[in-house]
Ligand binder design. Structure first.
Ligand code: ADP
Ligand code: MG
Ligand code: ZN
Length: 478
């Protein structure tokens, strides 16, 4: 590879406030079109916006969690452009004095920690939505739904510190985890509450100067971030190799075709004619309020991951997975508080628990198994009442019925067989029934051991203690 990519992301995050950024209208998703609007958010003349303090608090929280400097003085600006979903003819945003600047977040790339700089985080209002429908008569209609107009957004702009499509995905994932930990954005990419514009250029390896960048607009899944960037990097390399040059432009990702397509060039770019918003006072942040917000921050993913490794002795990858969502991390720790062995709990959570939840399309919040129920089941394994294999059945029963492990074990007669006599009887039975296999085993086909174990487990309905089965089987076969 002669070339390297340079990537910077601009991420829009819808804030989880109950009301809009400059009026009291609800932000709830999915309501009847235009039912959540008022003169302020539909841009009537003469109305005045008032800043929602919650939105400011959420932006400050995000800035603190991403190691930003919080501006003591910041202000809003008008970004002028015309579009039917923007009734005022301008969007209230921030420009030269954003609320947060100069931060970073850490990602893991190729096993190493890498800092990705955050240039700025600013607040702005979302626009409405245009809906295009064609009628049965062949005509087409366009509608404007202004429910989303005025929903508070944060735009989080990264430095061009990202080098590969997979680093871009790691960055997005880490950012999403932080936003969800803070409860300032639900991170739902399908519904568009988290969306990303990806900027990418290429240059010869070792080159200092940045190449001309292309912006890919509105990517709405991790997979598409990766795919769109991979495609775009290849496309740019080909253009250069063919003797052409990259033009600065905005492109759109077409997920059906798997390609990016030009949307507009530099010449057609908007001139936004930014100027300070005269209807809103500048924002000053006082130390006391800032400290209160600092103290309200939860333990964040990176800190939690480090603590899990140290305190619970689990592996780096397990800790990474278990801290990806705060609710999952809490579930894990609750199981430990209930007496579960951390390593075993980690194995069960990442194995059977997440598998079932995934199959049933449920989140950890909707998990019917209580952390203490897993811890209790693990104790039954540890004291030899049930085998690890039977535990899988027990666990599924807990999930289905909500009953505790000891009750299920009793009801279903799943107590492990640890009587040597009983196991010996089963072993004898299987060996007698399969003289041919015994012959082959003894003449060197050692793989047949698994076959015998399987048969023994079958006639003991999986309840035989596996260790004893192995011991007795080996003795008898030799
Ligand atoms: P614009 O004014 O065109 O929006 P910005 O300077 O605000 O450009 O940068 C927007 C995003 O593009 C940022 O995330 C930044 O890191 C990224 N970026 C800037 N220059 C480049 C480049 N040459 N290659 C890749 N990304 C870039
Ligand atoms: Mg920009
Ligand atoms: Zn309103």
């Amino acid at each position: 590879m002669k070339y390297e990519a340079v990537i910077g992301l601009e991420v829009h995050a819808q804030m989880l406030t109950d009301t809009k950024i400059f009026c009291g209208c609800s932000t709830k998703f999915g309501a009847e079109p235009n039912s959540q609007t008022c003169p302020v958010c539909i841009g009537m003349p003469g109305v005045l916006p008032v800043l929602n303090k919650k939105a400011l608090e959420f932006a400050v929280k995000t800035g603190l969690a991403t190691n930003c400097q919080i501006s003591k003085l910041s202000r809003f600006a008008r970004k002028n452009y015309f579009y039917p979903d923007l009734p005022k003819g301008y969007q209230i945003s921030q420009y030269e004095l954003p609320i947060c600047e100069h931060g970073y977040i850490e990602i893991v790339s190729d096993g190493n920690t890498k800092k990705i700089g955050i240039t700025r985080i600013h607040m702005e209002e979302d626009a409405g939505k245009n809906i295009h429908e064609s009628s049965s008569g062949g005509g087409s209609f366009s509608f404007v739904d202004l429910n989303r107009a005025g929903v508070p957004l944060m735009e989080i702009v990264s430095e061009p510190d990202i080098s590969t499509p997979s680093e871009a995905v790691e960055y997005m994932k880490k950012l999403r985890a932080i936003l969800r930990y803070l409860n300032v954005c639900d991170g739902n990419m399908e519904q568009g509450s988290l969306r990303c514009d990806a900027n990418v250029s290429i240059r010869l390896k070792g080159e200092k100067e940045l190449g001309t960048k292309v912006e890919i607009k509105n990517i709405n899944s991790f997979k598409f971030v990766e795919k769109a960037l991979e495609y775009e990097i290849k496309r740019q390399i080909k253009v250069i190799e063919d003797g052409g040059r990259i033009i600065q432009e905005t492109r759109l990702w077409d997920s059906n075709k798997g390609i990016t397509e030009s949307m507009r060039g530099k010449e057609e770019a908007h001139d936004y004619r930014y100027f300070p918003e005269p209807d809103l006072v500048p924002i000053t942040i006082n130390e006391e309020w800032l400290n209160k917000i600092k103290q309200s921050l939860p333990e964040l993913p990176d800190t939690k991951r480090e603590r899990f490794i140290k305190e619970h002795g689990i592996s780096d990858t397990d800790a990474e997975l278990l801290t990806s969502e705060m609710s999952l991390a809490d579930w894990f720790e609750d199981a430990i508080t209930s007496g579960g062995n951390p390593k075993l709990v980690a194995n069960w959570v990442k194995g059977d628990l997440l598998r079932i939840l995934n199959e049933e399309n449920k989140t950890i919040e909707q998990c019917p198994v209580k952390p203490s129920q897993l811890a209790d089941m693990l104790k039954l394994i540890e004291n030899g009442t049930i085998s690890g294999k039977i535990a899988k059945t027990v666990f599924e029963e807990i999930y289905k019925t909500g009953k505790n492990a000891d009750v299920i074990v009793k009801e279903k007669g799943l107590v492990q067989i640890t009587s040597t006599d009983e196991i010996e009887k089963a072993v004898d039975e299987v060996l007698l029934k399969n003289p041919g296999e015994v012959e082959r085993y003894r003449s060197g086909d050692k793989k047949l051991l698994g076959f015998f174990v399987g048969q023994i487990m079958k006639i003991t309905k999986g309840k035989a203690n596996p260790q004893l089965v192995n011991e007795i089987l080996n003795k008898k076969l030799s």
